[in-house]
Design a protein around this ligand. Structure first.
Ligand code: FAD
Ligand code: SF4
Ligand code: SF4
Length: 476
């Protein structure tokens, strides 16, 4: 260990931008065994590991780095999977520069340990070696749990509850399980078979899936409550924030999720009529993406791969104040995306179809409530950009769940997210719990996993107490 002084940081090999612009495959190769051991050995084994403190799952990072450096990969995997239900996915798509690696103490001066890549290496090795097994319960319990939403929060809770012996059914309105890991996040960050492998593992453990089942349309929440002893709502947030600008209703101004879902479906081999008719295909087009978060980064990089003529990203703050990961911005720039910092759209122009985006220069004045620079228009600085396709990536809000679920007693916050007890994850309805983005607002996969684990533990406490109350009653 402690090799950080003599061994420089080396990420796994990244494919050249000229090559990766033309396909949707992941951009990093796997670590080889020697490279993983060498990079893990850079860790200084801190007494107070800031990497672990800043990992939402509290992963035991220094210990699994040490085991990797010693070549004890199976033990490293056992440790890594003990706190994380989807370690190979977090290793790929966590914004490590803002979490574990961004807080690695050797980051200042020596570059952080490549924690995410080692986590991915350990878990991929485990899959290849047959160490990843379905977590079948030791005993079956009669109580059942219904989970609405098969994203990372719902799937994590499903795995944890099934391992405890509960009868678990996961309902999802989509035809495939995985939530945004399937239909939001593009293949070049997370290949879909990596997700499908996990969902199949849960099915092997006995989790039952009900795809194409939309709660609100196919059943009211009240009906599900009668069918199960407890429910978990993990439906994520999907209502796109709107630009509210002149020309916004023209057909070639599309929401980011509409665009990304079509692209992901194409990659999965589905027929998507709006892609086939050219509406959602960026090929040959001048594309303007509005927004500066990770969703915007996924849109610009997807447009490049679809063969767009040009791809520009308009963001109202500067590079230092953007919410997206710096690593993603770097990838996008390498792939030919042009960022127009400190610029915001004012109107979309065209007859029946947008032809130009009118934008204005911004400057940052002081800080806003988020602690970032507050953007302010620079008067008289309007300019125009040609555009055949405008993609709006301005963030997401929750849908109106009490109305959709026909359940007015389901309390929400003023942002529309579900109100839960912060310790128990229980909503205002007894026996109905909630986790993931529908509670936090748009967040990260790693936080959804954390919530799924905590909510499962709380549901177990609730159901155990109910079962304990039922036993004396039955004995009387
Ligand atoms: P979701 O993943 O949204 O899953 C919710 C599920 O509920 C969906 O499958 C949906 O179909 C289902 N559902 C909704 N309503 C109903 C209903 N009425 N009935 C039945 N089913 C229903 N995070 C990262 O950590 N790294 C990234 O690189 C990253 N990139 C992202 C890129 C994009 C484009 C987007 C949009 C998000 C990204 N995120 C990323 C965020 C991350 O995907 C989410 O924070 C995470 O998926 C939230 O998990 P969840 O389980 O709460 O919800
Ligand atoms: Fe880092 Fe994410 Fe892994 Fe935690 S789960 S160690 S934050 S990559
Ligand atoms: Fe190792 Fe960095 Fe974590 Fe310290 S902060 S234990 S050096 S990975």
């Amino acid at each position: 260990m402690l090799k950080f002084i003599s061994v420089p940081q080396r990420m796994p090999d990244k494919r050249a931008a000229t090559e990766r612009r033309h396909d949707f495959d992941e951009i990093y190769a796997e670590f080889q065994r020697e490279r993983a051991a060498e990079q893990a050995a850079r860790c200084s084994q801190c007494g107070v590991p800031f990497c672990q403190i800043h990992c939402p799952l509290g992963n035991n990072i220094p210990d699994w780095l040490r085991l990797t450096a010693e070549g004890r990969i199976e033990e490293a995997y056992e440790l890594a999977q003990a706190t994380n239900n989807l370690p190979e996915i977090c290793g790929r798509i966590c914004p490590q520069d803002r979490l574990c690696e961004g807080n690695c103490v050797i980051e200042k001066g020596f570059d952080a340990v490549t924690i995410g890549s080692v986590e991915k290496y350990i878990t991929e090795t485990a899959w290849q070696s047959g160490w990843v097994k379905p977590r079948r319960p030791l005993r079956e319990l009669a109580q059942s749990v219904g989970i609405v939403g098969a994203g990372p929060a719902g799937l994590t809770a499903a795995e944890e509850l099934r391992a405890l012996g509960y009868q678990v059914t996961v309902y999802d309105r989509y035809d495939r399980m995985g939530g945004l890991m399937i239909y939001g996040i593009p293949n070049f960050k997370l290949e879909k078979d990596v997700v499908a492998r996990r969902t199949a593992l849960l099915a092997e453990a006995g989790v039952v899936y009900r795809p194409n089942f939309e709660v609100g349309r196919d059943a009211k929440l009240a009906e599900l409550r009668r069918s199960h002893d407890a429910l978990l709502i993990a439906t994520g947030v999907y209502k796109a924030r709107e630009a509210e600008l002149p020309g916004n209703d023209l057909p070639n101004a599309v929401a980011a999720m509409t665009y990304l879902t079509a692209s992901n479906r194409k990659g999965l081999g589905d027929t998507v009529s709006d892609f086939e008719n050219g509406m959602l295909d960026a090929k040959g087009k001048a594309v303007v993406v509005i927004g500066g978060g990770d969703t915007a980064m996924d849109c610009v990089r997807t447009a490049v791969r679809q063969g767009a003529r040009s791809v520009k990203c308009l963001y109202r703050r500067d590079r230092a104040n953007m919410p997206g990961s710096m690593r993603e911005v770097k990838h996008a720039e390498e792939e030919g995306v042009e960022f127009i910092w400190l610029a915001a759209p004012k109107a979309f122009h065209g007859v029946g179809h947008i032809r130009e985006v009118q934008a204005v220069r911004m400057r940052l004045v002081g800080n806003d409530a988020s602690g970032r620079g507050a953007p302010q228009e620079v008067p008289g600085s309007d300019f125009r950009l040609p555009a055949d396709l405008v993609i709006k990536a301005l963030g997401f809000d929750p849908e109106d769940l009490p109305r959709l679920f026909d359940e007015p007693g389901l309390a929400v916050t003023r942002w529309g997210t579900l109100k839960t007890d912060f310790r128990s994850f229980e909503t205002s309805l007894e026996g109905v719990f909630a986790a993931g983005d529908i509670v936090r607002g748009a967040s990260l996969v790693v936080w959804a996993i954390r919530d799924g684990r905590d909510a499962a533990a709380s549901i177990h406490t609730y159901l155990s107490a109910r079962a304990a109350r039922a036993v004396p009653a039955a004995a009387e």
